[in-house]
Design a protein around this ligand. Sequence first.
Ligand code: NAP
Ligand code: 8YV
Length: 323
Amino acid sequence: MSALKDIVVLVPGRLHDHAVKRVEETFRMLRIERADPALLLAGMADEIRGVAAMATIDPAFIDALPKLEIIASFGVGYDHVDAKYAATKGVMVTNTPDVLTEEVADTAVGLLINAVRELPRAENWLREGRWVREGAYPLSKGTLRGRRVGIFGLGRIGLAIARRLEGFGLPIAYHNRRPVEGVGYAYHPTLVGLAEAVDTLISIAPGGASTAKAVNAEVLRALGPDGVFVNIGRGSTVDEEALIAALSDGTIRAAGLDVFADEPRVPQGLIELPNASLLPHVGSASVHTRQAMADLVVDNLAAWFSQGRPLTPVPETAGLKKP
Ligand code: NAP
Ligand code: 8YV
C-alpha cells in the first residue's frame, strides 16, 4: 500500500467525489482544472503515472506526460479519450462497463414509455391544475402495444434493454457491425434495413467516427410515421437537424432522448417540440450506480499498479503489458 502512495495520479477537471476521495487516499493525487498541457506546472508532467478522469484526453495531453502508464476513464463510453493513440504510446485505457448496465437499461425503458405514452406531459397536466379545470389528460396517441423494437448497438446495455422489452411481449431486432453469437433476435446488416423492419428504434451505440450521424434523415424516413426513436447512447450518433425536421413534419411520431451532440446545450428546436421527451444524460445517474463506477475507476488504477493488469481495459489497449 505504501508503494501505491508514492505513485502520482492526476485528476484533470471534475470527477465523482467518491473517486477523488479514493484516489487521494490510495495514491499521491494532483489536480488541474482541465486536461490541458499548458496547466501542467514545472516538474509535474515527469511525475504523473496515472490519470483518473471523465474529461477529454487528446493526443497532445498524452504526449505531455512522458511517464504516463494508464488513463482510468469514468463511464463505459470512452469516445472522449483517444484510446487508439494511447495504444500507440503504450498507455493503458480503462472504462467502467457492466456496473451500470442494468441502471442504463432501466432508464432506457422509462424513456421509451415517457415518449410513447406522454407520461411527463400527463404529470404536468396534473401539476398545472388542468385535471381539475379541464378534465382527463387526452388519450396518448402512441402505445407500446403491437410495437416492433430495433436496437442499434446490441452490446451489454443493448442486450439488457432487449431482455426487458421481451418481457413486455415485443419482438426484438438489432443492428451491429456483426451478428451476436447465441442471440436469437433478427439481425440487420444495415441501420436503414433495421429501421425499415421496425417502428421503434433504440440507439445504445457508442460515439466515435464509425457511428457519427448514423441516425440520419433516411433512417428516420424508414422508421415511418408511427416511428419512435430513443437515444440513450451518444448524441453524436444522430443528425439532430434531421431529427428535429422528422419530429416536426410527422416523418416519425415521437422521440425520447437522454444524450445530445453538444451537451449540456440542447437545440432549442428539440426543446420546443411536444413530441420529444428529453432527459439531461441521466442514464446511469443514481447514487448507487455512480458510486460503483467511481470504485471501478480507482480499482482499475490499483490493479494496474499493484498487479500489472487492470480489471476492465478497453479493447484498443487490452493487449498492452505493464512497462
Ligand atoms: P458495448 O457492450 O461495447 O456495446 C456496444 C455495441 O455497439 C456493440 O454490440 C457493437 O457491436 C455495437 N457497435 C459499435 N460500433 C458500431 C457501429 N459502428 N455500427 C453498428 N454497431 C456498432 O457497450 P455498452 O456497455 O453496451 O455501452 C454502449 C454505449 O452506451 C456506450 O459506449 C456509451 O456511449 C453509451 N452509454 C450511455 C449512457 C447514458 O447515461 N446515457 C450510460 C452508459 C453508456 P459491433 O462491435 O459488432 O458493431
Ligand atoms: C456517464 C455514460 O454519465 O458511461 C457512460 O458512457 O454516458 C454515463 O454513464 C458519463 O460517462 C459520465 O460522464
